[in-house]
Ligand binder design. Structure first.
Ligand code: G1P
Length: 288
């Protein structure tokens, strides 16, 4: 079945970015001039998604405000000949249906995804963690097609140095990666001690999940960090259904902390045709 819905967990308080996130949600912090959340939506749309479910909290009204039409601003832009920007603003929330679900208690990623159950319905769906920016839609697209083919859930994977695995969900693979980066998954564990980790393949923030995961989430008890972990619900799925990972070396930025956000902005700006050349020049004067 075609994957047309994507869930974005975006209810967190963004404590690592305080005081900036006191009034502006972390997901709306700019990557040059575009909110990170918009880049996530663009990635999902590029993989065939036409319905975004944003899991937010009532303490973050700016997330919903971002999707409100602003006809006066658009009229002003058009009357001053800035049609390109007017078109961009008009497209927000028009080319894709946006629904909201609410998670008002920080009970974990599994709980956040569970909050989207009614909005998703009974079909496979994607999950995109907005702290991670991918350079393109290609990974999610490949994952969606693999889910359609196998009828089972799929996670995005990346191989990392062994000492880093304890910060992530880690898979227990079946066999080895094939030529498309696909691997079977027997099980997985959230934030293991590196000595106990079953591999160096970590789950990155992209998932395509079959809807039976909602029943598993409802059954899961608090795990690592006392939270309802998505990884624990996926482990239960993998124990009884086909479950795969797709490993990628696509350019990926972790914008969940100030250093990662800063390097993401610089890296992306360096590839921007308007800003890249002068930024490169300026950086040379600073670092040499
Ligand atoms: C979450 C998931 C973890 C995954 C990670 C990817 O962890 O629980 O399995 O590997 O995202 O970034 P968090 O970063 O919320 O601690």
């Amino acid at each position: 079945m075609h994957v047309h819905t994507a869930v974005v967990p975006a209810a967190g308080m963004g404590t690592r970015f305080l005081p900036a996130t006191k009034a502006v949600p972390k997901e709306l912090l700019p990557i040059i001039d575009t909110p990170a959340l918009q880049l996530i939506i663009d990635e999902a749309v590029g993989a065939g998604v036409d319905h975004m479910v944003i899991v937010t909290s009532h303490a973050k009204p700016a997330i919903e405000a971002y999707f409100q039409p602003q006809p006066e601003v658009i009229a002003k832009l058009r009357s001053s000949g800035r049609d390109g920007m007017a078109d961009r603003l008009e497209a927000i929330g028009r080319d894709v249906k946006v629904s909201f679900a609410y998670q008002d208690q920080a009970l974990g990623l599994g709980h956040a995804v569970g909050c989207a159950r009614d909005a998703v319905g009974d079909e496979p769906f994607a999950v995109l963690l907005p702290d991670e920016l991918m350079g393109s839609s290609s990974l999610l697209d490949q994952m969606a097609r693999l889910c359609e083919l196998t009828g089972g859930s799929v996670v995005g994977l990346k191989e990392v140095p062994h000492e880093q695995v304890g910060a992530y969900g880690v898979i227990d693979p079946i066999g080895t990666l094939d030529e498309h980066g696909v691997i079977g998954i027997a099980s997985m564990v959230e934030k293991p001690h590196p000595d106990d980790a079953p591999s160096d393949l970590i789950i990155i923030g992209r998932y395509v999940l079959t809807p039976d995961v909602f029943d598993e989430i409802a059954r899961v008890r608090p795990g690592a960090g006392g939270e309802i972990q998505l990884t624990d619900a996926l482990k239960a799925q993998a124990a009884r259904s086909p479950f795969h990972g797709v490993a990628t070396d696509v350019l990926r930025h972790d914008t969940g902390n100030p250093f990662g956000w800063l390097t993401a902005v610089v890296d992306i700006a360096l590839t921007d045709e308007r800003l890249g050349p002068s930024l490169r020049e300026w950086l040379r004067t600073k670092v040499c």
